[in-house]
Write a protein that binds this ligand. Structure first.
Ligand code: GLU
Length: 491
């Protein structure tokens, strides 16, 4: 049997990393077995409709590298793949259950149901009292003929127990008396969310249902429907929540469901912060799944490797905590592993923004690759190239290199004419500056420190003195060194 999984997001306009992990595990479950990954848009709840929300879903899957085999945009043999385009398909299934005495018409008014609910004691949840479950056929016919509005409810089993197996949580048993006579078709003729979900999964041939653990408790209701129809229940893989860590006002660490207060939780928010889609997917693959066998303890996985390594048995039921530092580390690993072409493609927009000369690309790659964990950091790291900010001459004083205003003045006075004559290569610049230190019989740092400060105007730069000079270009570097000397002279 070929595995068929589906990602069934509701179009809310936002893709939480938890939903994306569900999509990823669905994709991997299917692809590991050469199966089919289906995209279905669950938009039965039209009140929650958000403009452009389906595009967010398409863009997310595309950017994340989760290519679906069937879906609203590409079609397939089991369409339509948007619930609102399937609305007429559901009622006949409910009618079939009515005919087989597994469902019934319920004519109870909203007022009656409200009263019923209001009669509940505090803390008590009252389900439907099954008032219409046993109406005489003649009464039903009369009401239908009179056009009285109705919903269709399932006749849930009243006794016994139901057990189902979940691949992550094991066997789950409930007493059937806990099952409500759930509404399948609403008074407007449209299906309830749960009913549509089951009909869709069955008619789309879905074999494995992967979704959040918040659906564990509704699953018996879904199974009651599969049983009523005599359909095979799919394999269930419910995923634990993703948690976030924060510190409360008493300084205690609190772990709670991952939300905005822990950091970005949306896929595109993370992408905009500079996390690479491949790194995000790699990281969230490991949020709740541990590789085993030949892949044990491995942390960096390309998508093809995930497909190979993924195994449902490696999913843990204990909730995992989203660790932004770990994501940062994974991202840095992806950057380090990039070819020069890939690195440049990602870095170029930031270079262009600063106005970096193409001749510096190679040097910059060498300097930045080991130092950045996200490409967005380039802007800040190279900010000093844009223009020389007004800086405090106290920057020239540096304890460790024993640099003072006086030594800095001497160093700059001597270095400027030498550099003005020098070939603008790293080797030549280094040779000039170390040669100067040797001639003056001082440590290299006593020359390098003031030159780098005058060139950059900031204390921290990526790369050392020679690199900073090269990046600036000769004219700009000499101009800045003269400004530095003038600043110190004026005091
Ligand atoms: N539409 C549901 C959601 O977005 C999916 C439920 C399911 O996968 O069965 O949470």
């Amino acid at each position: 049997m070929k595995i068929r999984t589906r990602f069934a997001p509701s179009p809310t306009g936002f893709m939480h990393v938890g939903n994306l992990r569900t999509a990823l595990y669905e994709y991997l479950t299917a692809k590991h077995e050469d199966g089919t990954f289906v995209l279905r848009i669950e938009d039965t709840d039209q009140e929650r409709y958000v403009e452009g929300a389906t595009d967010v879903i398409y863009n997310t899957l595309k950017t994340a590298g989760l290519t679906h085999d069937e879906g609203p945009d590409i079609g397939g043999d089991f369409g339509p793949y948007v619930q609102s385009e399937r609305l007429n398909m559901y009622k006949p299934y409910a009618e079939q259950l009515v005919k087989e005495c597994k469902a019934y018409y319920c004519f109870c008014t909203k007022e009656r149901l409200d009263e019923l609910r209001a009669s509940a004691k505090e803390g008590e949840v009252i389900g439907y009292d099954r008032h219409c479950r046993c109406l005489p056929q003649s009464e039903i016919d009369e009401k239908l003929a009179a056009g009285i509005p109705y919903v269709i409810r399932q006749m849930a089993p009243l006794e016994g127990e139901s057990t189902y197996h979940d691949c992550v949580y094991g066997d789950i048993t409930i007493k059937n008396e806990e099952l409500d006579d759930q509404v399948l078709i609403k008074a407007d003729g449209f299906p309830t969310y749960n009913f549509a979900n089951v009909i869709d999964d069955h008619t789309m041939g879905i074999t494995h249902v992967v979704r959040g653990s918040e659906y564990l408790s509704s699953t018996p209701k879904y199974n009651a429907l599969y049983d009523a129809f005599g359909w095979e229940i799919p394999t269930y893989i419910h995923l634990p929540l993703i948690m976030g860590k924060s510190v409360d006002e008493n300084g205690e660490t609190v772990v709670s469901k991952l939300s905005k207060r822990h950091g970005s939780t949306g896929f595109f928010d993370l992408v905009n912060e500079g996390y690479l889609p491949e790194a995000i997917m790699n990281y969230i693959a490991l949020l709740g799944w541990s590789p085993a066998g030949e892949f044990e303890n491995r942390e960096i996985f390309k998508m093809e490797e995930l497909i190979k390594a993924f195994d449902i048995n490696g999913i843990s039921k204990s909730p995992s905590v989203f660790d932004y530092d770990k994501l940062e580390w994974v991202n840095a690993e992806y950057i380090k592993a990039m070819s020069s072409e890939e690195f440049l493609a990602h870095a170029k927009p930031y270079y262009d923004d600063i106005g970096v000369d193409a001749g510096c690309y190679e040097l910059l790659e060498e300097i930045l690759k080991p130092r950045i964990t996200r490409f967005t950091q380039i802007t800040e790291k190279l900010e000093f190239l844009k223009e020389l900010e007004d800086y405090d001459i106290a920057l020239f004083e540096h304890k460790k290199s024993k640099s003072t205003l006086e030594t800095s003045k001497d160093a700059l006075e001597a270095a400027i004419p030498l550099l003005a004559e020098c070939d603008w290569t790293r080797e030549a610049i280094t040779e000039v500056l170390t040669g100067l230190a040797a001639a003056k019989e001082v440590k290299n740092a006593l020359i390098m420190w003031p030159v780098r400060i005058a060139a950059a105007g900031v204390a921290v730069t990526p790369g050392g003195c020679a690199e900073v000079l090269i990046l600036l270009g000769k004219d700009e570097a000499i101009r800045r060194l003269n400004i530095g000397l003038e600043k110190i002279t004026k005091g």
